[in-house]
Design a protein around this ligand. Structure first.
Ligand code: IPM
Ligand code: MG
Length: 387
């Protein structure tokens, strides 16, 4: 590395530090969680994304509109369709989220969002930042809440993945110092860690859960993971009725497959990248990523999505109408619960359990041997009416 390259790398690092310091300052002045009950009209944005996104999001939005029909008619809830978060559009303007789409997202309170294609090196698209990651940062959706349940095996996990920091904070701003040396950054802040850990403990307390587990690699990643773990331990002391323990991510991935131990875990709180990885593994026990919904919670906004990608291959093969909408339907149930519509959320959850596992009158196979996502949505609505 010559002096010029070194100066360039240092300048990049300085820019990262400045941006993160500004984020820390902004977090300090942040207010409390929005109170949906104080709103005259709650606005739900529906954003289809791309690939199979529009098909499965449309199906889930139909079910949501059906469940909220009375409130829509009374003017208490309004749906906003938000077009334009497609890979073609994002590539054309060279932005993870086009400015007009972002403005429309910010005019909503909660968002139901379909999967979006994340470009990677070698794709026909410019290697822009993931729309998911950008939306989590732009709307400060710091908590990625991912439940996984397998009642027959006693599995009932709730993952609290930190969603704005860690390896993702500046994931697209690493530094290629020279041809031989590349450096990425991992970020842990006090405010960012406190808010996710506190939300995990508060949720445990509110839902009668008795154990919170922090997952890090603090034995090796000593500075950032070390800080995360230290803060988690300090906050745990404020919740004496809740047991706290901590595991390293490597052994945690093993313990999730340990039939004797895995049912003991209840609430898990972890930095961004470990949360990304562990929640895919966890969802597999429940029937795969297609069955899992996910909530991205911030103080002002919240966004609900599937945990899987946009499956462009299904679209290329003309199979998008047979895509499984269950992840988006689970996300819709989480949305209802988050905005305080517990009754509707409970009905949707129950109907999904019946349709997905118990009755299975229509089965999604991903091809024309099974139901379309529209047929499945109709089945779910008809099931809700029978409850
Ligand atoms: C997820 C996804 C995203 C992530 C991708 C699509 C950027 O895997 O929501 O878990 O890594 O967070
Ligand atoms: Mg993931």
């Amino acid at each position: 590395m010559d002096e010029k390259q070194k100066a360039h790398a240092l300048a990049r690092f300085e820019a990262v530090l400045d941006a993160q310091a500004a984020r820390v300052a902004a977090m300090r002045t942040q207010g409390d969680f929005i109170r949906y009950e104080d709103l005259d009209t709650l606005v739900i944005g529906v954003c289809g994304g791309d690939g199979i996104g529009p098909a499965i999001t449309r199906a889930a939005a139909r079910v949501l509109a059906f469940l909220l029909d009375g409130e829509v008619k009374a003017g208490r809830v309004r749906f906003e369709d938000i077009e334009g978060l497609t890979i073609e559009n994002r590539a054309a303007c060279g932005k993870a989220i086009p400015a007009d789409v972002l403005a429309r997202l910010k005019a909503c309170h909660v968002i139901l969002k379909g999967p979006t294609t994340t470009p990677r090196a070698g794709d026909p698209w410019p290697n822009i930042e993931s729309a998911n990651v950008a939306m989590r940062k732009e709307l400060d959706l710091f908590a990625n809440v991912r439940p996984v349940k397998v009642p027959s095996q006693g599995i009932d996990w709730m993952f609290f993945r930190e969603n704005t920091e860690g390896a993702y904070a500046v994931g697209s701003q690493g530094v290629e110092a020279d041809d031989d040396l590349a450096v990425d950054f991992t970020v842990t802040t006090t405010g960012g860690t406190e808010r996710i850990v506190r939300l995990a403990f508060e949720t445990a307390r509110r839902t009668g859960r008795t154990r919170v587990t922090a997952v890090t690699k603090a034995n090796v990643i000593k500075t950032t993971d070390g800080k995360f773990l230290r803060i988690a331990k300090a906050i745990a002391a404020e919740y004496p009725e809740i047991a706290f323990d901590d595991w390293y991510i490597d052994i945690m991935t093993a313990k999730l497959v340990d039939e004797k131990r895995r049912r003991d875990f209840q609430v898990l709180v972890l930095p961004n990248l470990y949360g990304d990885i562990l929640t895919d593994e966890a969802a597999e026990f429940q029937g795969g990523v297609g069955t899992a919904g996910s909530a991205n919670i911030g103080k002002r906004y919240a966004m609900f999505e599937a945990i899987h990608g946009s499956a462009p291959r299904m679209v290329a093969e003309g199979r998008d109408k047979y895509a499984d909408p269950c992840s988006m339907l689970r996300a819709a149930a989480m949305l209802l619960s988050h905005i305080g519509r517990a009754d509707a959320a409970g009905k949707l959850e129950r109907a999904l359990d019946l349709c997905m596992y118990e009755e299975k009158a229509h089965v999604i196979t991903g091809r024309d041997t099974g139901a379309t996502c529209e047929q499945f949505a109709a089945y779910v609505m008809e099931t809700v009416q029978r409850l």
